[in-house]
Ligand binder design. Structure first.
Ligand SMILES: [Zn+2]
Length: 254
């Protein structure tokens, strides 16, 4: 099974969501042995990044991985892992400390520098997501940075030295100027764009008036039982599940 990425796109057949076979890989000058293993216990599943200038073999197309979320079904999780492993292999060819070429360790998914011993594992960046509730209303925000943004919960990366709870309180105050409490864990999801782990919570509103951080948030407001909900994220994402699990009474998904 081959996961061939070009930037944030995955190579699949033009007519259906099928992964390329060995002959399609050969058309891209990719040999099985030269590709990165996704799991050390399963040498059949391999991945790599190809240059952005690569053209798909006949009958195949590169399609945005994110757009394949619902179509990949059970293969989504392995595709996400493959993307992260391929990205790690692409960006850790040389030691970050002494610039010596790195070598795979073999018994674990690790690159080690033969000169100075620096080890590198696939990076995972934890990020918090929080849906704020105020009585029977929820706060939905539209992020400023995504062109096709839907209205969703707040989210942001955990910074060095922070707990996940610290990150929630800091991001909520920075992004919308509110204070919250009663953080409750909802669930988590690997989000390989490029290597996040989304950790989702609900929280209760305590104080403050909404004041959006303009470079992060395009708009944010409370949605209550009498409101028509805006477009929210797809149910395959944890954001979509978090919002659907906390809809104001009487409202339904658009
Ligand atoms: Zn080194």
């Amino acid at each position: 099974m081959y996961f061939i990425f070009r930037g944030n796109e995955l190579l699949v057949r033009e007519t259906e969501i099928e992964l390329p076979d060995a002959s399609a890989c050969a058309a891209l000058n990719l040999s099985h042995d030269a590709l990165q293993q996704v799991w050390l216990h399963d040498p059949a599943i391999r991945t790599t990044h190809v240059p952005l200038t690569s053209e798909p073999p006949p009958g195949y197309a590169f399609r945005k991985l994110r757009a394949l979320l619902s179509e990949l079904g059970d293969r989504w999780a392995v595709a996400g892992r493959a993307f992260q492993v391929a990205e790690w292999a692409r960006t850790h060819r040389f030691c970050g400390a002494c610039a010596t070429p790195m070598a795979p360790v073999g018994h674990e998914l690790c690159m080690r520098c033969p000169a100075c011993g620096l080890s590198s594992y696939p990076r995972i960046s934890p990020a918090m997501m929080v849906l704020i509730r105020k009585g029977d209303s929820i706060l939905l925000a539209r992020h400023a940075t995504y062109a096709t943004a839907r209205h969703t919960a707040l989210a942001g990366f955990v910074e060095a030295g922070e707990s996940i709870e610290d990150a929630i309180h800091r991001e909520v105050y920075e992004e919308v100027g509110l204070k919250v409490n009663n953080l409750r864990y909802f669930g988590s999801q690997s989000w390989p764009f490029p290597h996040s782990l989304m950790i989702a919570f609900t929280a209760e509103y305590v104080s403050g008036e909404i004041r959006v951080q303009a470079d992060e948030i395009a708009e944010a407001r409370w949605y209550g039982p009498a409101d028509t909900l805006p477009e929210i994220p797809a149910i395959e994402s944890i954001a979509g599940r978090l919002v659907r699990a906390n809809l104001p009474s009487g409202t339904s998904c658009p």
